[in-house]
Design a protein around this ligand. Structure first.
Ligand code: AMP
Length: 221
């Protein structure tokens, strides 16, 4: 099973992706995580992307991204498939993914596009609180800490991340829509594209995804 996940920041793609990967025992391949790890460890890949400000969202050139994906997807844990998160991000990357899969005699199983109303995402971000010491996250309504305002683990005072402020979230969502709309259109031309309503409770979203993916697997025999 080879899956591509699309969706704006805050839609719950990370949480759902992790659960889908566990359910089907496939690894999640996040290009962002590969790049951060390479930078931290100072590997050859890390040195080659040092000049791009990935902490500021600047895109790494397509050929470097593709090289990293081609290498990672050949590792043994990818033999029964994988879930791609954060890749492809551009049309040339999507085309290269198609070429890579074709050359390996593989096909994409599905492209899942997670969608939720902007207002709901803004609301989710505005309730998010993080612990500055251990990085654990909470939500004042859906996942409150045991003691209001304090981290359950280390009891530090919880904070709101500056980029979670509504006006900044709205801007990030606009940038996302602008950049990925062509990608969604690219996949909509195929029968691989599926919209996932990410507004219900995470449990409901997850079971809807599993119902869909099991049906797709059955269709493919
Ligand atoms: P992410 O963790 O997916 O938000 O990725 C973090 C950063 O890594 C992005 O803001 C980009 O700078 C870079 N990056 C990750 N994936 C890609 C990609 N597919 N194409 C170009 N740059 C990427």
């Amino acid at each position: 099973m080879i899956l591509v996940l699309l969706g704006p920041p805050g839609v719950g793609k990370g949480t759902q992706g992790a659960r889908i990967a566990i359910h089907y025992a496939i690894p999640t391949i996040s290009t962002g995580a590969i790049f951060r790890d390479a930078l931290n460890r100072g590997t050859e890949l890390g040195r080659s992307i040092q000049r791009y400000r990935i902490d500021k969202g600047e895109y790494v050139p397509d050929e470097i991204v593709l090289g990293a994906v081609m290498k990672r997807t050949l590792e043994p844990d990818c033999s029964s498939g994988y879930l791609l998160d954060g890749f492809p991000r551009t049309i040339p990357q999507a085309e290269s993914l198609d070429t890579m899969l074709k050359a390996r005699n593989l096909t994409l199983t599905a492209v899942l596009e997670f969608q939720a109303r902007v207002e709901l995402i803004v609301e989710r971000f505005s309730g998010r609180r993080v612990c500055p010491r251990d990085g654990s996250t909470y939500h004042i309504v859906t996942q409150p800490p045991l003691q209001p305002g304090l981290c359950d683990i280390c009891h530090s005072l919880l904070e709101r991340r500056p980029d979670d402020a509504p006006e900044i979230v709205r801007r990030r969502l606009e940038v996302y829509a602008e950049k990925t709309a062509p990608l969604a259109a690219y996949y909509k031309k195929s029968n691989l594209h599926h919209i996932i309503d990410a507004e219900p409770e995470p449990e409901t979203v997850f079971s809807n995804v599993i119902i869909l993916l099991n049906a797709l697997r059955k269709d493919k025999g």
